[in-house]
Design a protein around this ligand. Structure first.
Ligand code: HEM
Length: 356
């Protein structure tokens, strides 16, 4: 009797607790569904205006959740081809969606002018560049950008370009012509890029950074290769959503064997900053005996060092970030443009003759 009571009681308790657990489970499920739903409604409400505006733009058909992300699969070269194809298919401005983020693509100078005059704020995806260069002038938000831009501007004024830099531009380009001449004399096909990027980097080192070293070709080439690789890797993060989380991107870089590529980008600029800083300190001492040009020259790095000295809010990190950013900004862009120019001149002998 006692035993049977015990079994019934146990069965009853199990059923009761099962029912109780089921209730809790149902309650939890209901709670989760309600939270997800309210999050989704809130999310949609916040984006309603933006989505309405985006829907007015023409653009390629989208897939649920991923938008147009599949359009941008493949290498950087494929991406360029795809971008050119889209620009031919859709009139500027048009839109593409990368997962939940819309992008308005512009391809005419008029549209570019409208954007450039109306917007100073950088998109949040610029944070990918911050991982590579730090938060320098390319990426900084408006207030910081305005302050640093005002400080940097005089470093590239026409008088400095003419009086100090022109001679360096000529020297570096004569050197480039000699190197290209040697290649041409072999009668074999050769790659322009290593020569042009070397000239581009050494020119910025000698002008903006006031740093000259005739024996650092290897270091310059390492920097050149690292900026190209970094730009390619970081560029992918803008259109490959799976590379957007930092930990995935870091793992991806290490897997490809480019774990330290950003440090290589930083090495040369930071080395120049250190050297120039030492010189800057010596020049400031009254008994410095050096060449007059060193004392009077107000290049980019000197202007920043000066600002750093008088402005406690301009930190060491900000100083390094600006130096890294300008080295990056001036090297590849300049070299690509020069290569393109040579290609065009090679294709148009009539124009080439006019250049001579
Ligand atoms: C033909 C060569 C060049 C091209 C095609 C070029 C292209 C560009 C473009 C498109 C931007 C806008 C980037 C953005 O806001 O996201 C930019 C900004 C910038 N470039 Fe260049 N660049 C060239 C040469 C240089 C050189 C030689 C330097 C420095 C020595 C330089 C330094 C900068 C800096 C500091 C910015 C940021 C300006 C700011 O946001 O206020 N660039 N460049």
């Amino acid at each position: 009797m006692e035993k049977s009571f015990g079994v019934d009681h146990l069965l009853y308790s199990v059923l009761l607790s099962f029912n109780h657990d089921k209730q809790i489970f149902t309650f939890l499920c209901f709670g989760v569904i309600l939270s997800v739903l309210s999050y989704y409604i809130n999310y949609k409400m916040k984006r309603r205006r933006m989505e309405t505006i985006m829907n007015r733009y023409d653009g390629p058909a989208t897939l649920p959740f991923i938008g147009n992300a599949t359009e941008f699969l493949g290498s950087t070269r494929d991406l360029l081809k795809k971008a050119i194809k889209l620009m031919k298919e859709y009139k500027s401005p048009f839109r593409v969606w990368l997962v939940n983020k819309p992008y308005v693509v512009i391809s005419t100078p008029e549209d570019f002018q409208t954007v450039a005059f109306k917007t100073l704020e950088k998109d949040s995806s610029y944070r990918f560049v911050v991982d590579m260069l730090g938060d320098g002038i390319f990426t900084s938000q408006v207030e910081k950008w305005k302050r640093n831009r005002r400080v940097i501007n005089p470093a590239f004024n026409p008088a400095i370009l003419f009086h100090y830099f022109l001679q360096i531009f000529n020297e570096r380009n004569i050197d480039l012509i000699h190197r290209l001449g040697k290649e041409v004399s072999t009668g074999k096909q050769f790659d322009l890029w290593p020569h042009v990027i070397q000239t581009s980097i050494t020119t910025i080192c000698e002008t903006a950074m006031g740093y000259k070293d005739d024996n650092n070709t290897e270091e310059v080439m390492n920097f050149g290769n690292a900026i190209m690789k970094s730009a390619e890797l970081v560029g992918q993060r803008f259109y490959k959503p799976w590379l957007m989380p930092s930990f995935v991107f870091t793992a991806y870089r290490y897997l490809l064997g480019y774990g330290n590529v950003f440090s290589i980008v930083h090495n040369l600029p930071l080395k120049m900053l250190k050297k120039r800083r030492e010189l800057f300190r010596q020049i400031k001492t009254e008994n410095y005996v050096g060449n007059e040009q060193e004392k009077t020259m107000r290049n980019f790095i000197d202007i920043l060092l000066n600002f750093h000295e008088i402005n406690a809010n301009f930190t060491d990190k900000e100083l390094s970030d600006e130096v890294i950013s300008i080295m990056f900004g001036g090297s590849e862009t300049n070299a690509v443009t020069n290569c393109f120019c040579m290609l065009m001149l090679g294709m148009r002998r009539d124009i080439q003759d006019k250049v001579y």
